[in-house]
Design a protein. Structure first.
Ligand code: MSP
Length: 510
C-alpha cells in the first residue's frame, strides 16, 4: 500500500474439528502475500487465529466429552501448530476466548447499542448450525437443506437483540459504487452488491439458547451472536497483540482480508455495515478465493471429504504443499487437490526442473571454476533483459493477486535456464581452453538467473528459496525484491553444495 504498511487477515477458523487442506490453503496464500509485501519493504502485520464460541463448538465439544473450553484449547492448538508447520509468518494468533478480545467485543457491542443500532425483537427462521446463520425459505435447497453444507436446517424462534442492517443499504451501495475494486474478483463484487440491492433483513445479533459465548453486557441472559464476536477479531487483535504498542493507529484498516466465498456475505455486507455503525474505517480490499475441491466437492469437515495436510508435509516438505496449492489453484477460482497432481508437480517441476538445475549449476561451478561463480563480463545482455521482463511480469501478477500466474512467469525463467544448460553444454566448453570466456559467461548467467528465481519464489517456497541462495554462496536473507535485478548479487560468491533441494520420495513410503 502507498502508506508503506500492510495489514492482512485470514478468517479465524472454527475449532469444531481438525484443520484440513482447505484451511491450510487460505493461510498459505495469506502468507505468500504477506511475504511478498515484506519483500517490498513494507511494514506488514499478518493476523490469523481461531473462532471458538457458539453452539456449533459447544455441540462438538459435547460429542467429544469435553467442556467447550477444553475442546477449544485442544483444537485451537492444532490450528496454531498447523500455522507453524506451514511456515506461516503470522504476527499474531488471536483466539476469540482471549479475555482481551471478549472485553473489547462487549465494549464495541455496547457502543452499537448506545448508538441505537441494536434493539430488541423476535425472530423465527431456518438455522444451519454449521454456518451459524439463518436462511430464508427461498435460499434452501430441496428438502430444506443448507445451500452451503447440504445438511438439514432447523426452525429456530427466539427473542433476540437485532442489528438494523437494512438501515445501511444506501451507504453500502454508495461504498460499492465508489470502490469498484473493493471486493475481488469482480464476480464476487457483483454477487455481494446484488445481495445488498435485493434487500437486507434485520440481523439477529444475540442468542438466548447459546451459553458458550460472550454475554450481552446489558442482558447477560443472552450471548453475542458468534459471527459478530468473530468479525470483531480483526479489530480487537490490534488492541492487545503487542502490549504497550498502539497497533490500531499503526495498521487500521486492513489492507487485505482473505477468505473463501462461503463467508462472502458476512464480510462484504454485514462487516462493513457494522464498521459504519461503529464509525470505523472499512478494510481496503477483500479477496474472495475459491474452494479447494476433492472429488468435485468442497473440502469440508461438515461433509467429511477432507485431506489431512500433515502426511503430505511430512513426506514432501512444506514448500511442496505451498507450491502445489499456489500454482494449481488459480487464486479466486476453485481448484482440485489430487495426490497424483501433487506428486506430478513435485517430481517434474520442483525436483527435476528446479532442484536438478541448482544441483547442476553448483556442481559445474565446483568442477570447472573451483567453486567460485565467475564475474559478469556483460555478455549475457539478452538473457538479462528476458529475466528483467519476467521479474516485472511476476511483480505485476503479485500486485493483482494472481499468484499462480506469478509462479508461471518465474517458471519460464527456470525453463529458460534449463535450456541454456543444454544449449551451451558447459561440459563441452570446459574441454576447450579457447572457450573459457564462454564458459564463464554461462556459469555466471546460470547462477545469477537462479538467484533471481529464488528471490521471486521466496514468498511461495521460503525455506527452499533460502537454500538455493545459500547453495549459490549468497546471503539467504537477501530476499528483498530490489535485489531481484541482474548483477545485484554478491560478487565472487563461493558455491556451497548441499543435498538435493527436493529429494526423490520413494514409492515404498506411499
Ligand atoms: N469461523 C468462520 C470465519 C470467521 S471470520 C471472522 C469460519 N470458519 S471455518 O473454519 O469454516 O473456515 C472458513 C474458511 O476456511 C474459508 O472462508 C476459507 O478461507 C477456508 N476454507 C475452509 N475450507 C476450504 C476449502 N475447501 N477451500 C478453500 N478454503 C477453505 O467460516
Amino acid at each position: 500500500m502507498a502508506d508503506g504498511r500492510f495489514y492482512l487477515t485470514t478468517p479465524i477458523y472454527y475449532v469444531n474439528a481438525d484443520p484440513h487442506i482447505g484451511h491450510a490453503y487460505t493461510t498459505i496464500m495469506a502468507d505468500i502475500v504477506a511475504r511478498h509485501h515484506r519483500q517490498l519493504g513494507e511494514d506488514v502485520f499478518f493476523l490469523t487465529g481461531t473462532d471458538e464460541h457458539g453452539g456449533k463448538i459447544a455441540t462438538s465439544a459435547e460429542r467429544e466429552g469435553r467442556t467447550p473450553r477444553e475442546h477449544a484449547d485442544l483444537l485451537s492448538a492444532r490450528f496454531r501448530d498447523l500455522g507453524g508447520v506451514l511456515d506461516a509468518s503470522y504476527d499474531f494468533f488471536i483466539r476469540t476466548t482471549d479475555p482481551e478480545h471478549e472485553a473489547e467485543v462487549q465494549r464495541m457491542f455496547q457502543a452499537l447499542h448506545d448508538s441505537g443500532d441494536v434493539y430488541r425483537g423476535s425472530y423465527g427462521g431456518w438455522y444451519c448450525s454449521a454456518c451459524e446463520a439463518f436462511y430464508g425459505e427461498g435460499d434452501l435447497l430441496e428438502g430444506r437443506l443448507c445451500p452451503i453444507h447440504r445438511t438439514p436446517v432447523e426452525w429456530v424462534e427466539e427473542d433476540n437483540w437485532f442489528f438494523d442492517l437494512p438501515a445501511y443499504r444506501d451507504r453500502l451501495l454508495a461504498h460499492y459504487d465508489a470502490n469498484p475494486d473493493w471486493v475481488q474478483p469482480q464476480a464476487r463484487y457483483n454477487e455481494a452488491r446484488r445481495m445488498i440491492e435485493l434487500g437486507l433483513e434485520e440481523l439477529s445479533v444475540s442468542r438466548a439458547q447459546v451459553e458458550w459465548g460472550v454475554p450481552v453486557p446489558w442482558d447477560p441472559e443472552q450471548t453475542i451472536y458468534v459471527w459478530i464476536d468473530a468479525l470483531l477479531n480483526y479489530r480487537t487483535a490490534l488492541g492487545y497483540a503487542r502490549p504497550g504498542e498502539d497497533l490500531v493507529a499503526r495498521y487500521w484498516p486492513p489492507d487485505l482480508q482473505l477468505m473463501a466465498k462461503d463467508i462472502l456475505k458476512f464480510h462484504a455486507v454485514i462487516w462493513p455495515a457494522m464498521l459504519m455503525a461503529a464509525g470505523l474505517e472499512l478494510p481496503r480490499k477483500l479477496m474472495i478465493h475459491g474452494y479447494v475441491l476433492k472429488g468435485g466437492e468442497k473440502m469440508s469437515k461438515t461433509t467429511g471429504n477432507v485431506v489431512d495436510p500433515f502426511p503430505f508435509i511430512e513426506r514432501y516438505g512444506i514448500d511442496a504443499l505451498r507450491y502445489y496449492l499456489a500454482r494449481e489453484v488459480r487464486f479466486g477460482e476453485d481448484g482440485t487437490f489430487t495426490a497424483e497432481g501433487f506428486e506430478g508437480r513435485y517430481s517434474q517441476e520442483l525436483a527435476n526442473e528446479l532442484g536438478n538445475l541448482l544441483n547442476r549449476v553448483v556442481s559445474m561451478v565446483g568442477r570447472y571454476r573451483d567453486g567460485v561463480v565467475p564475474a559478469d563480463a556483460g555478455d549475457e545482455g539478452e538473457l538479462a533483459a528476458e529475466v528483467a521482463a519476467a521479474v516485472e511480469a511476476a511483480r505485476g501478477s503479485f500486485a493483482r493477486l494472481d499468484i499462480s500466474r506469478a509462479i508461471e512467469e518465474v517458471w519460464r525463467v527456470v525453463q529458460r535456464l534449463n535450456r541454456l544448460v543444454e544449449q551451451r553444454a558447459p561440459w563441452t566448453l570446459a574441454k576447450d581452453p579457447a572457450r573459457a570466456g564462454e564458459l564463464d559467461a554461462t556459469l555466471h548467467a546460470l547462477a545469477e538467473g537462479l538467484r533471481i528465481v529464488a528471490i521471486l519464489l521466496w514468498p511461495v517456497i521460503p525455506g527452499s528459496a533460502e537454500r538455493v541462495l545459500a547453495a549459490l554462496g549468497q546471503d539467504p536473507a537477501a530476499v528483498a525484491l530490489e535485489r531481484a535485478a541482474w548483477g545485484a548479487g554478491a560478487p565472487s560468491a563461493r558455491v556451497a553444495p548441499s543435498g538435493p533441494l527436493f529429494p526423490r520420495v520413494e514409492e515404498a513410503a506411499a
